[in-house]
Design a protein around this ligand. Structure first.
Ligand code: FAD
Length: 321
C-alpha cells in the first residue's frame, strides 16, 4: 500500500542542498505508489518548490515566516509539526546533515515515533523497505524495518542517487499558515566563515590532509589538486589540532562524515576515529611515507611516498585529462 511521505527540502545560501533531492528519492522508495510531499521552511522559500517537484515531489507545502529566516530547532520544529498535523504523513525523510541531525530527534520525540538515522541505502520498497545504516564507526552495517507508526529516516548525503531532474513535472506549491510562537532563541544573524569552492559534506572528490602535510602552506598542493578535480579539501583531526587548517575541515568520528566517489588521504595515518568519517567513500587512495600505515588497510589504491612529490605529479597528470 502506498504511503504519504514528507521530505524536508533543506536550503543553504538561498538554494536547495543536493541531499534534498537524494531524500526525495528515498521518500519515493518509502511511498511506493503513494505520495511524496516536499516541505520548505524559511522566510521566503516558495520559489524553490518547483525544483523539488522536478526532482520527484508530487506537491510541496511551504511554511514562511520572518522568524524562520535562520534555522532554529524550536522554530523549524513548530513549522514542520504544523505540516505534519495538516498532512498526516506515514513517512518522513530528512538529510542527515547538521540541520537534520538537530531537528529529527525533536520531531520524532514530539510525534512519539521511532527514527532511523544516517541511512546509506534502502532495500525493497513501500511496507517492505529495509534501511541500511553503518554502525561501530562504519565497521558493520545494520538493517532495520519499521513495523508500526511513522517511518522516519535521515539519509547520509552522497549515498542515495537522486531521481533524474524532470523540469516538465507539475505539482502544486501551497503555503500553509502556521503560527510560530514563543521562540526561546531568536537567531539575529549568522556570520559564516568565508569558504570557497565545493561543500565538503557533499563533494564528489575529497583531498584530505593529515599531520604529514606539516604546515598551513602544506595544504596548498592539496587545494590545487582539489581545484583540478572539482573537489573539496578535508583534514584529519591531527592536522586541525596542529593548526594547519580550520576545524570545519575535520573528517571523522568527531568531525564530518563524507562519502565521496574519490577520497585521497595525504599524510594521514588512518586512526579509527578518522576512518569513521571516510571509510564508506567509494574509492579510497592513500598517500603515505610509511608502508605500514593503517590507512592502507582501507585504501583501494596505496601510494607509498612523499606527498609533496606525489601530489604535484597527480595534479599535472589530471590537468592533461
Ligand atoms: P598522524 O597519526 O601523526 O599521522 C601522520 C601520517 O603522515 C603518518 O602516517 C606519516 O607516516 C605520514 N607522513 C608524514 N610525512 C609525510 C609525507 N611527507 N608524505 C606522506 N606521508 C607522510 N581524528 C580524526 O582524523 N578525526 C576525528 O574525528 C577524530 N576524532 C577523535 C575523537 C577522539 C575521542 C579521539 C581520542 C581522537 C580522535 N581523533 C580524530 C584523533 C585520531 O585518534 C588521530 O590522532 C588523528 O586522526 C591522527 O591524525 P593524522 O593521521 O593526521 O596524524
Amino acid at each position: 500500500m502506498g504511503k504519504k511521505v514528507l521530505v524536508l527540502g533543506e536550503m543553504r545560501d538561498g538554494a536547495l542542498r543536493n541531499v534534498s533531492f537524494e531524500a526525495l528519492a528515498a521518500g519515493r522508495t518509502i511511498a511506493n505508489d503513494g505520495e511524496v510531499v516536499g516541505v520548505l521552511i524559511g522566510e521566503t522559500v516558495a520559489s524553490q518548490g518547483q525544483e523539488l517537484i522536478a526532482y520527484g515531489a508530487d506537491r510541496v507545502v511551504v511554511v514562511e515566516d520572518e522568524k524562520l529566516k535562520h534555522y532554529s530547532s524550536d522554530g523549524f520544529a513548530q513549522a514542520f509539526l504544523a505540516v505534519v498535523e495538516a498532512e498526516g504523513p506515514e513517512g518522513i525523510v530528512f538529510g542527515h546533515t547538521a540541520l537534520g541531525k538537530d531537528l529529527s530527534p525533536r520531531i520524532a520525540g514530539k510525534l512519539g515515533s521511532g527514527l532511523i538515522s544516517d541511512v546509506t541505502s534502502l532495500e525493497g520498497e513501500g511496507d517492505d523497505v529495509v534501511f541500511v545504516r553503518p554502525i561501530y564507526s562504519g565497521k558493520a552495517f545494520e538493517k532495520k524495518m519499521v513495523k508500526e507508526g511513522i517511518v522516519f529516516a535521515t539519509i547520509r548525503p552522497n549515498n542515495i542517487a537522486p531521481l533524474e531532474k524532470d523540469a516538465s513535472r507539475s505539482g502544486k506549491v501551497i503555503t500553509l499558515s502556521a503560527e510560530i510562537k514563543d521562540l526561546r532563541t531568536i537567531i539575529k544573524d549568522v556570520v559564516r566563515k568565508a569558504t570557497e569552492g565545493v561543500d565538503l559534506s557533499e563533494a564528489k572528490v575529497v583531498i584530505a590532509g593529515g599531520r604529514g602535510v606539516k604546515s598551513e602552506d602544506g595544504f596548498k598542493p592539496l587545494q590545487e589538486l582539489a581545484d583540478v578535480l572539482g573537489g573539496a579539501v578535508g583534514a584529519s583531526r591531527g592536522a586541525c589540532d596542529a593548526e594547519y587548517c580550520d576545524y570545519s575541515l575535520q573528517i571523522g568520528q568527531t568531525g564530518k562524515v563524507v562519502t565521496p566517489d574519490l577520497y585521497i588521504a595525504c599524510g594521514i595515518s588512518g586512526a579509527i576515529q578518522h576512518l569513521a568519517g571516510m571509510s564508506n567513500s567509494k574509492v579510497i587512495v592513500a598517500i603515505n611515507k610509511d608502508p605500514e600505515a593503517n590507512i592502507f588497510k582501507v585504501a583501494d589504491y596505496g601510494i607509498v611516498g612523499d606527498l609533496f612529490e606525489v601530489i604535484p605529479l597527480l595534479t599535472e597528470e589530471f590537468k592533461k585529462l
